[in-house]
Design a protein around this ligand. Sequence first.
Ligand code: GDP
Ligand code: MN
Length: 403
Amino acid sequence: MSAYFVDVGSGVEYRLSAPKEWGYLMKLHEYQSKQVFAKYGIPIPRGRVASTADEARHIAEELGGRVVIKSQVLVGGRGKAGGIRLARTPKEAGELATQVLAMEIKGLPVRKILIDEAVGITKEIYLGITNDRGARRPVMMASSAGGVDIEEVAANTPEKIIKLHIDPLLGLRDYQARDLAVSIDMPREFWRSFGEIAAGLWRVYKENDADLVEINPLVITSDNRLVALDGKMVVDDNAIFRHAEINEMRDLGAEDALEVEARKYGLSYINLDGNVGCMVNGAGLAMATMDIIKLSGGEPANFLDIGGGASSEKVAAALRIILADPKVKAVLFNIFGGITRCDEVARGVLTAIHEVKPKVPMVARLVGTNAEEGLRLLANANMITAETLVDAAQKAVAIAKGA
Ligand code: GDP
Ligand code: MN
């Protein structure tokens, strides 16, 4: 998986091959996604979320006994990790809830569980929509081989996943949904219901500025209904301001703490795997800086755009965030002074240094408005200064490697 940035200023698209894939995107939990799906007419099982075994038992009683206990963590593959369990009685639901609430799945603690009525399954289908950047439009994907192994299906038998592009202006047409149903050998009696679910899913995607919506599995039940048993939604963080109800679903406890902190100050920050911390103004310049670090044989510890006209308080917050990351062995400042004045940035850096007392070396390259004054201030504070970006990146990478 990889993360994308599109720099609105330059139109440059940048792909980060980092395992931390979700900068600029917000993931919803399964129970939240399914609540949204239900508003768009997609059938979901009856169920409620719980955070204790007692609650789980009560919910199981309400639902009539047989339930599925589902860990709510923001990663896939919960089933295989033992985070999805079938309980036959409310008592068993309580016991399994205790077990699941004690689990950690792929490093994430389980704080909430969804208790859904158990459903008899005759077939598991995959249905999802994401953005196909190459085709410049959304793509709907469906497969008759849905369930827990869809990644393997995609890798080994990609022909079993049927793709269909959606014109963003026309939307999903009825005939397209029908074609999809036929392509995955959906029995005729379900075409109508499948069409309604596909149309609903398209509206979920479009109206919520989603980057991914997925039902895996969409099941044919033993009493011949189509039901979304699992749900996944990932929305674009940059559009969240127009979706207050989605923003309220944000689970800060499940997100990267430094990214949460950065958001408070309006900084665009993404934590990565390398050891050279970066502070840059402008997303395009930040991307270029990361490239030069890589070209110099190093790896960036983060993407950080402090934005145009950053105040010294904002700069100080940014430096605190960079230095709070224990991976960081050197910091590289790359500032272009336009609206942002280099001396203003330098003063912010000095404020932050005063507060944080960093132990890692810092390299600064400043050009543009008041660069001389800025460099003088930083050199006085024992920072390493550099003339060019290449020079700065090489120095920072060498220090990070030596440390
Ligand atoms: P994931 O592993 O994180 O994708 O979690 P899912 O919610 O997709 O659940 C994994 C698998 O558990 C599904 O593919 C189903 O086979 C099974 N499962 C989930 N809910 C039910 C249910 O209500 N009844 C039955 N019989 N199986 C279920
Ligand atoms: Mn699933």
